[in-house]
Design a protein around this ligand. Structure first.
Ligand code: NAI
Length: 286
């Protein structure tokens, strides 16, 4: 099993910037790419300020913080990924867009490199089929925010090799994560269970069962969830939640997975959650 030293992360949004930060702090060399240059510079800025904040709280030495920042290179050129050992893709939750990226990456990265996707729900087998290396394609699903949340869900596509699985598992362990393994079915384990609950919370709001505050308080104080489902949806991003519901609906073929019209309407209105300052709730400051 080849050792992973150098990691390419594609997508500098909520998840990609968190994964890049986590890996840089754990001593890996990171290349971070985003197609949008503003998103890329925002990612660099937010990773730097989060690392400085960890250092100032005494959770990381000054030297380790400086080393983490040296480990991180942001690039607008995907060709810089030539020498990485693994790419972790964290771009928009769209099968078409991800497939196009995987085809491009397949032509750029070295033959031994693994292509991993942080997708929440899209078929790893289909992403893998777009490449010439389906045995080296795998799902590596971090939770939000990646530096904090303990879990990584690993998804084997139909052709994923044992070597690819073991190298990915070893990497997740080196990042300090608890690992669970899922077969490649829509939504995998976590979102298969979580998203229908979030969708149902939108239905409760849509049909006037209760206020958003009472729906969230019910699940927080009644079932011990740290966040209510609507608050959690804002944290994840309503666009991401809608995309996942569409994948569950199409992939599992049951009307119970149809996205709630209110969720779709919020997305149409640009109410995407915390990242936009408004979702189910209004946020004064990001
Ligand atoms: P985001 O919207 O915060 O960031 C996505 C980034 O990808 C943006 O900066 C965008 O400019 C960039 N991008 C889009 N297309 C690109 C392309 N072709 N090439 C390069 N960059 C591109 O999204 P977020 O929330 O970070 O989600 C990313 C992925 O992670 C999705 O697949 C999502 O399902 C998954 N995920 C999201 C979680 C969440 O709680 N938001 C949790 C776990 C997984």
């Amino acid at each position: 099993m080849a050792e992973i030293r150098s990691i390419g992360v594609v997508g500098g949004g909520q998840m990609g910037s968190g994964i890049a930060q986590l890996a840089a702090v754990n001593g890996f060399e990171i290349w971070l790419h985003d197609a949008d240059s503003t998103a890329l510079s925002n990612a660099h800025e937010s990773i730097s300020s989060r690392i400085q904040s960890i250092v100032s709280k005494g959770h990381l030495t000054k030297e380790k913080g400086a080393e983490a920042l040296r480990n991180l290179r942001c690039t607008s050129n995907l060709e810089d990924f030539r020498s990485v050992d693994i790419v972790i893709e964290a771009i928009v939750e769209s099968e078409e867009v991800k497939k196009k990226l995987f085809v491009r990456l397949d032509n750029i990265v070295k033959g031994s490199a693994i292509l991993a996707s942080n997708t929440s729900s899209i078929s790893i087998t289909r992403l893998a089929s777009a490449t010439s290396r389906p045995d080296q394609v795998i799902g590596m699903h971090f939770m939000n925010p990646p530096p904090v949340m303990k879990l990584v869900e690993i998804i084997r596509g139909a052709s994923t090799s044992d070597d690819t699985f073991n190298a990915t598992k070893f990497l997740a362990e080196r990042l300090g994560k608890k690992i669970i393994c899922s077969q490649d079915f829509s939504g995998f384990i976590v979102n298969r269970i979580l998203m229908p609950m979030i969708n149902e919370a939108f239905h409760a709001l849509y049909t006037g069962v209760a206020t958003k505050e009472d729906i969230d308080a019910g699940m927080k104080f009644g079932t011990n969830h740290p966040m209510g489902p609507l608050e959690l949806a804002d944290h994840i991003g309503l666009d991401v939640c809608l995309s996942i519901m569409k994948v569950l609906h199409a992939g599992l073929g049951d009307s119970k997975y149809a996205p709630c019209p209110l969720l779709a309407q919020y997305v149409d209105a640009g109410r995407l959650g915390r990242k936009k300052g408004i979702g189910v709730y209004q946020y004064s400051k990001m």
